[in-house]
Every structure is written in structure tokens, then in C-alpha cells.
Design a protein around this ligand. Structure first.
Ligand code: SR1
Ligand code: MG
Length: 423
């Protein structure tokens, strides 16, 4: 055991994992064959954890183990292993609320901070597909169902006040992961911080402008306050395209270790932001003019449909499954009451859209000027071209964050993105 970690915890290597898994009946049954014939490879390329792919003679598994520190930075940045518990809890809820859209859990070991899940094959991380210019026709329907169902059914619109308060409490301990978001997304990119980085001197002036932009600092501080204080629903908390695995026909949302009760717009904004970054990065990647046009037009129409599809599904759930303590139906009798309630639902969605626009902007800025970057931009080899893609994305983000109220439709957002693409 390591100092500061719970007894029973040890970091596993491939050999330890083989011995450990061989003793778990459900795992051995899933894999098939003798344990010494299983292939085990550590493949984690995320910022925090170990991820092993285990293949037996009849099946496979993905095994995720939390490290007691941030993998991206090293042991100098400790991080609680309890995140594996919250991830397991969130996955369990999401599997119930959005069946088929998250991986099945085969085994969880709280002491080892380890979860064995169904192996998603031939799925790939969506971000990698987007960098290669791939189009995912089923994605919109799946991600809008995932967000509408997980957010609606964990909100006050669906839960009793007591159940909601219990649910908030069950995730309250995940504050170390929230703190990462509070610092890396809502604070550091707007000040001089040791961990900030950007990948070319072409962005120095833009980064300095952002550090001096008080309108932007007010806007991001309002978003941070929302993130800190608005326990609206069980959010995934890190719903970028690296947390989504896809094929042409399937979508699986993975990695909810940042889950807690927070503002719904944070998840919606994460999806929109990452699609918009794929759009701005597209011109930096090698592809034929025809492929580029098809990809960019698909991405922008996907941005439109992610919001409209999510809003439509969320509203439909509210109209048909309103079992929560918010908006008691007895207060809205008759036709006049129903009309008034429907108007209120539309106003609620308009407010949620504004939240999502602000969070979209915050998620873009952090990926370009903060600690954690993404391959959409980073794999653009030509430094100047990469900086130009990033500068366009930053320009959109600044406008979205400071002039949020002027974006009342998703089409206004995609129009602004298209104009900046030509800039
Ligand atoms: C130090 S962790 C950096 C980022 O990785 C995760 O994927 C989250 O996005 C977090 O902000
Ligand atoms: Mg992750």
C-alpha cells in the first residue's frame, strides 16, 4: 500500500491484474479460457487513470484503475481514489436512465478503485474519429437521448425533494474532481497560472488579451458561480468527445468520474464546444476539399441538432413524466394553466440554452489556453495553421461568453462559427 492510500489499494501492473482477475468469477466467465492465455495491455491515454484492455478466448473487458495522483502531471498532484466510487455510482445511474448508452459494468472493487467494464469493440474514441474526418450519423440521436434522460430524470422535474437531496448528498464527496474543473476551466486560463500552456507564440497576444479582459472575467466568474452553486441534475461533468466512444451505429458515453449535481448546461455546453473545436480544427487537417466540406457541414448541422434534439426530448419528458416536486400540476389547472406552464417550459429551455452557450465558451477557452489540450488542435503539425484555427475558436468563445444574451438560437451560434471560419 502507498502512503495516504486506503489499505488494500495497490497500483496494478499487467501481471498483478491477471492474478487478480482470475479470482473474480464474473470476470473469468466473461473472458473465457485459462488466465495465462489472456492478453492484457495498458492503453490509457487520458489525463488521470490506468486503463487495461483484457482479452480472453471468448470475450474482452476494459479495466479502469484510478491512480492516487493526476497521471498527466505525476505524483506531485495527488487526487483521491474516491473518484472511482463516484464514477461507478454515476455509471450505474446513467445505465438505468439511458439504457444502452453507457458500457455495462462487470465488476467493481472499491478498495482497488477499479472497475471492469464491457469492452467496446470496434468503437473508437469519438475525438479520434473526428480528427480523421469521420461522420457519425447516429450520434445526434444517441447523445441527445443520453443528455435529456440523465439530466431530466435526476432533476427536480422528475424527483421528489427528498430523493433529490439524498442524490445530491451521495455525490457531494466528489469535490476534488469539481475543484479541478473550477480551477482549470473557470479560473486558470484567465490569469497567469503555472500550468497554463498554449502551443505556439502566435497565441501569446490573444492569451494576454484574455488575461486582461474584465468583461470576460465577469462572465466566466458568473459561470463558475453557477457551477459551484446550481445543483440542478446529475451531470456527467466531463462530456467531451474523448469521453464518447462511437461506431457508425452506436454511441457509448464513458468516464463519468467528474459526475456530481451541477448545472445541466455544463454537459450540453461540453458537447457543443467539442464539436465546434472539431469544426475549427478541420481546416488544419489533411483532407480533400470535398471531404472537408462534407465533414464541416455535418459537424455544424450536428451542433444545431444536438441542441434542438436535446431540447425537444427534454421538453417531451417534462410534458409526459413530470413526477417531481417542481412545478406542481395543481398550480396550473385548466387550459389557461396548461398554456401558462407550457410557456414556462419554453422560458426554462431558453435559460438553459443561455447557460449552455456560456459553458460552451468556457470549454473552448480551457482547451486552448489551459493545462489540458485536445488532439483536434494538437495534431495540426503546422504551428501557424494550428494557431490560426485556435484563434478563430477563441474569438467565437469570447463572443459567446461576453455576448451570450445575443445568441438566442443555436443557428446564431453556428452562423457565427461559419463566419469566423471565413475570417
Ligand atoms: C488534470 S485533469 C485535466 C482534465 O482531464 C479531464 O479529462 C478533465 O477534462 C480535466 O479537466
Ligand atoms: Mg476522462
Amino acid at each position: 500500500a502507498r502512503q495516504g492510500t486506503p489499505s488494500g489499494y495497490r497500483i496494478l501492473n499487467e501481471t498483478d491484474l491477471r492474478d487478480y482477475l482470475a479470482g473474480i468469477a464474473a470476470v473469468a466467465a466473461q473472458l473465457g479460457g485459462p488466465a495465462d492465455r489472456w492478453s492484457i495491455t495498458e492503453v490509457g491515454d487520458g489525463n488521470l487513470n490506468l486503463v487495461f484492455i483484457v482479452k480472453g478466448t471468448s470475450g474482452g473487458l476494459a479495466v479502469k484503475q484510478a491512480l492516487p495522483y493526476v497521471r498527466l502531471v505525476g505524483e506531485s498532484w495527488p487526487l483521491p481514489l474516491s473518484r472511482a466510487h463516484f464514477e461507478h455510482l454515476a455509471l450505474t445511474h446513467q445505465g438505468r436512465l439511458a439504457p444502452g448508452l453507457v458500457p455495462a459494468i462487470i465488476h467493481h472493487d472499491p478498495a482497488l478503485a477499479l472497475t471492469a467494464m464491457e469492452l467496446l469493440e470496434p468503437h473508437i474514441i469519438m475525438r479520434k474519429g473526428l480528427v480523421a474526418g469521420a461522420i457519425y450519423p447516429a450520434f445526434v440521436d444517441h447523445i441527445t437521448t443520453f443528455m435529456a434522460r440523465t439530466l431530466f430524470f435526476s432533476s427536480d422535474l422528475a424527483l421528489s425533494a427528498a430523493a433529490k437531496k439524498e442524490a445530491i448528498a451521495s455525490f457531494a464527496g466528489n469535490h476534488a474532481l469539481c475543484k479541478i474543473t473550477e480551477d482549470l476551466i473557470f479560473t486558470d486560463p484567465y490569469r497567469s497560472a503555472e500550468q497554463n500552456r498554449w502551443t505556439s507564440p502566435w497565441l501569446d497576444a490573444t492569451a494576454a488579451d484574455i488575461r486582461a479582459d474584465l468583461d470576460l472575467h465577469v462572465a466566466v466568474s458568473r459561470l463558475k458561480l453557477q457551477f459551484l452553486s446550481r445543483a440542478e441534475a446529475l451531470i456527467h461533468g466531463d462530456l467531451h468527445t474523448g469521453s464518447i466512444m462511437v461506431t457508425e451505429t452506436e454511441t457509448k458515453v464513458i468516464d463519468p468520474e467528474f459526475a456530481f449535481y451541477g448545472p445541466m448546461g455544463f454537459d450540453v455546453g461540453a458537447v457543443l464546444a467539442n464539436l465546434l473545436m472539431a469544426y475549427f480544427a478541420s481546416v488544419g487537417h489533411e483532407r480533400s476539399p470535398g471531404e472537408r466540406e462534407a465533414f464541416e457541414s455535418w459537424v455544424l448541422s450536428t451542433v444545431d441538432q444536438v441542441w434542438s434534439g436535446f431540447a425537444g426530448k427534454f421538453l417531451e419528458l417534462w410534458r409526459s413524466e413530470s413526477t417531481g416536486d417542481a412545478y406542481p400540476l395543481s398550480l396550473f389547472p385548466g387550459e389557461a394553466g396548461a398554456a401558462r406552464l407550457e410557456a414556462e417550459r419554453q422560458a426554462y429551455m431558453a435559460r438553459l440554452f443561455q447557460d449552455a452557450v456560456g459553458f460552451t465558451a468556457a470549454k473552448i477557452i480551457r482547451r486552448i489556453l489551459g493545462l489540458a489540450h485536445n488532439i483536434d488542435f494538437e495534431l495540426i503539425a503546422d504551428e501557424r495553421r494550428r494557431a490560426s484555427c485556435e484563434a478563430r475558436a477563441l474569438r467565437l468563445a469570447r463572443t459567446l461568453m461576453v455576448e451570450t444574451a445575443s445568441f438566442t438560437t443555436i443557428e446564431a451560434v453556428t452562423r457565427a462559427a461559419r463566419e469566423l471560419r471565413q475570417w
